[in-house]
Design a protein around this ligand. Sequence first.
Ligand SMILES: O=C(O)CCC(=O)C(=O)O
Ligand SMILES: [Fe+2]
Length: 248
Amino acid sequence: MDFLKKNFIYRSLPFDVFVHRASAIKHKEFFISEDEKYYLRSLGEDPRKDIADISKQFPELAEDIQIPEFFEKEKFFSSVFRISSPGLQLWTHYDVMDNLLIQVTGTKRVVLYSPRDAPYLYLSGDKSEVLDVDKPDLVKYPLFSQARRYECTLQAGDVLFIPALWFHNTVAEEFGVGVNVFWKHLPSECYDKTDTYGNKDPTAASRAVQILDRALKTLDELPEEYKDFYARKMVLRIQNKVYSTNFE
Ligand SMILES: O=C(O)CCC(=O)C(=O)O
Ligand SMILES: [Fe+2]
């Protein structure tokens, strides 16, 4: 899927029809083309307010999986049912909560990047503009070659821990069914209460970015040479005061 060119559309289908189509490569009935791919990402009852919970939206199917007890029950945020056509690739993105990605059937390749490699990923919000992580356009995205790639392939029954802020890109190598479970590993006040997907930045981070944007606008009052000088001083201040040395 390409979020830059928006080569996808949202459509409704009866669940059985959806599963049939998603498990086939060529379709007699289709929306765009006979080789289109399908992806289900479950939502809550009212997608604007409610959070995906497989035990509520798909109670019969939820019984087939056991969520490993790697976090306290009160910290549970959502369990998201995901079904993909063979070959479907989801763009590189981060989520703000710790996550267990449970593969139920099919195989899925997952490529991961550390949050520290964000400078090399050409981010647009929570997503990387480098869509083709296997043959990246290094003329357009020269720094991407500095991002350290981690890769694994999930088979049916495998569970991958994806820590909050770690970038991930997935390719369903076969038709696949999975569930991912997000939980709040930070105190619950840190999270944006309007977040139903688990991908809105913690409120303190969003506020800090807003304040930074105001500071940048303020610099516009200065001539270019001064703006450049004070902007560089601000970068140094951020590096010295906020960057963690507590890594590796
Ligand atoms: O299953 C996928 O392809 C995407 C999984 C994902 O983005 C997640 O678990 O956060
Ligand atoms: Fe994700």
